[in-house]
Design a protein. Structure first.
Lengths: 212, 388
């Protein structure tokens, strides 16, 4: 396995964009790559192995070294604070983290509550604003929380803003822009340096005209 | 608080069962033998130290320390690493003659668990501290000993990546002028966030040459050739000094003949904030975390001695993981006996023990299922029943 690079990929929407990027970078990936239900896909002709993971878990696989590299959203990296190298902004799956809530509402003075999938990001953000809030962790459909009175605000990723709008919510503050990043395990970064440098250089050519 | 089940252990604590322990012993003793051959003397220090002294001097963050109170109300810590306790002893007792001191240790250290599994809260480190010799030969010896020890333990594929704390620091000073202006870059480097680092460099009001130099830092990882590349971008004296030290170190390492295991990486920043010069990490295939690390530090100053030292620590658990499976074959002989032939059995066992062979004596009436029990041994002898 010494010369095989294991890549942890997020399942779902980001996967297709990421696979497309790799193809543009000259990696010959089989066309059925995206359709398989398998969780481990070997591409022996390119000496690559793909692991399909939940987007939120990609950084975990990479930190523990079971994947050499991974493609993870900046939102995941901010939330998880894993010990991995963040080498390249792939500029795909663009969105941003934002604070939203019901229009024209103020946060509860006594116990302001924030529902989110990103408890660490939310807590750090409100602390920087000089506010102590109570975090309620949810795993999805975060928009529901202010609608039914579970929380005053939510912290979530927003891509088009349509979900917020359709549920009658408004954005209050923008926290940080999010794109997918190429992340690397610190040990792989040293032991598989030439494979990784090659991957980074090829992807960089595709995503940016800027000097490296 | 939920009621504990009887099988539970505190978070992050592990048992070591006989088979693994056997392997651990073997690895530990082969490394210890090497260290002793190189003239390092083993020492032990207490498991508990004062929070105010060792706890505060240690580079391990407060949140990771196990703390408790003694009767006087002093806060105690379970030692989070061995370098600081050894610096304490050395500064207090071992440096009176102002000579180089070579010490070694193998000890359990404790770091409170903060996350999921895969990170034990108690683990063994085996390492050395070479104190009060400021030559590069000292750094070289420590790295060569590290490599020699790992080889002796049976590890074949590994790499030591060597960097220098002074290089990035001086490059930032040269280009940005003050420590304050370098804070953001240093933070990005520490967090391994190269995307943020590059964005920050591009946003600074600097000449394109200086931007190039700051970006080049991220690429200074590889073989001997990166030393020259590093020298090209550094202009101030202290920075050049760092590179000269690395050059000298490379010569020392080549003279030891261990250069095949060494690479350079000027972007290494350690979480151990006490390093002041050369520093290094060790990586082995199939383990996702560094199996060891080390470097030059001035920790002794915190204990009132003006001396520096270089040391390394290898995590025994990570090393065992890197060494992988491979069942340890110990040929054990089991002698089953009944009362009538007990004396004969004991004599046989004594003979085997004298030959240095493992032999277990088992009264046959003490085993409920002799067939299953027999399978645990490579050889068995039955001395049962009356006469021969």
């Amino acid at each position: 396995m010494k010369n095989v690079l294991t890549i942890a990929m997020p399942k779902g929407r980001i996967f297709e964009e990421a696979a497309e990027l790799l193809r543009k970078a000259g990696y010959r990936l089989p066309p059925e790559l995206d359709e398989s239900r398998k969780l481990i896909i070997d591409v022996p002709e390119e000496e690559l192995r793909f692991i399909l993971a939940k987007p939120m878990d990609v950084a975990t696989y990479v930190e523990h070294g079971v994947a050499d590299v991974g493609i993870a959203g900046k939102d995941v990296l901010l939330e998880e604070e894993r010990d991995v190298y963040e080498l390249l902004d792939l500029k795909i799956s663009t969105c941003y983290l934002a604070v939203a809530g019901m229009p024209d509402t103020k946060m509860n003075d006594v116990a302001p509550r924030v529902a989110t999938k990103y408890p660490n990001v939310a807590e750090a953000y409100f602390r920087e604003q000089g506010e102590q809030v109570e975090i309620i962790k949810l795993n999805g459909s975060i928009e529901l929380a202010p609608l039914i009175g579970l929380s005053d605000r939510i912290v979530d990723i927003v891509s088009t803003g349509r979900t917020l709008k359709e549920n009658g919510l408004v954005e209050y503050e923008r926290i940080e822009d999010v794109t997918s990043r190429l992340i690397v395990n610190p040990v792989s970064y040293r032991l598989k340096d030439s494979l990784i440098d090659d991957l980074v250089a090829r992807l960089h050519q595709v995503v940016s005209t800027e000097e490296f | 608080m939920s009621r504990l089940f009887m099988f539970e252990k505190p978070l992050g604590m592990r048992d070591t069962l006989p088979e693994l322990l056997e392997k651990k012993h073997r690895v530990r003793s082969s490394i210890a033998e090497t260290m002793k051959l190189w003239g390092y003397q083993f020492i032990e220090t207490p498991t508990l130290e004062y929070y105010e002294t060792v706890g505060a001097a240690s580079a391990i963050g407060d949140a990771q320390l196990f703390k408790l109170l003694d009767k006087e109300g002093h806060t105690l810590v379970l030692r989070p690493e061995m370098t600081t306790p050894i610096a304490r002893v050395a500064a207090a007792k071992l440096l009176n003659e102002d000579l180089p001191v070579r010490l070694a240790y193998s000890a359990n250290v404790y770091r409170a668990q903060q996350r999921e599994g895969g990170r034990p809260a108690e683990f063994e480190q085996i390492g050395v501290e070479y104190i009060n010799d400021k030559t590069i030969s000292c750094d070289g010896e420590v790295i060569a000993l590290l490599i020699s020890s790992l080889k002796k333990a049976g590890l074949q594929q590994f790499q030591v990546s060597v960097g220098h704390v002074g290089f990035a620091q001086e490059l930032f000073m040269q280009i940005l002028g003050t420590n304050g202006r370098a804070t953001a870059l240093r933070k990005f480097l520490f967090e391994k966030n190269y995307v943020g680092y590059r964005e920050n460099v591009q946003s600074l009001n600097l000449s394109s040459i200086d931007k190039q130099r700051l970006l080049k830092l991220l690429q200074l990882r590889g073989g001997e050739e990166v030393i020259g590349q590093a020298l090209e971008i550094i202009e101030n004296d202290k920075g050049k000094q760092a590179i000269l030290e690395i050059q000298e170190l490379w010569k020392v390492i080549k003279d030891y003949g261990v250069e095949a295991h060494v690479k350079f990486d000027f972007s290494i920043v350690s979480h151990m904030s006490y390093y002041t010069g050369i520093l290094f990490e060790v990586y082995a295939g199939n383990v996702g975390f560094p199996i060891g690390n080390g470097g030059r530090y001035s920790l002794l100053e915190k204990f009132g001695k003006n001396a520096t030292a270089t040391g390394f620590a290898v995590r025994t658990d990570m090393l065992l993981e890197a060494l992988g499976g491979g069942k340890t074959e110990t040929v054990t002989h089991c002698i089953f006996y009944s009362q009538e032939r007990r004396r004969e059995a004991f004599q046989l066992a004594k003979k085997l023990h004298e030959e240095g062979k493992q032999a277990v004596l088992q009264d046959i009436t003490g085993v409920k299922n002799p067939d299953a029990f027999t399978k645990k041994f490579a050889e068995t002898t039955f001395l049962i029943g009356g006469g021969q």
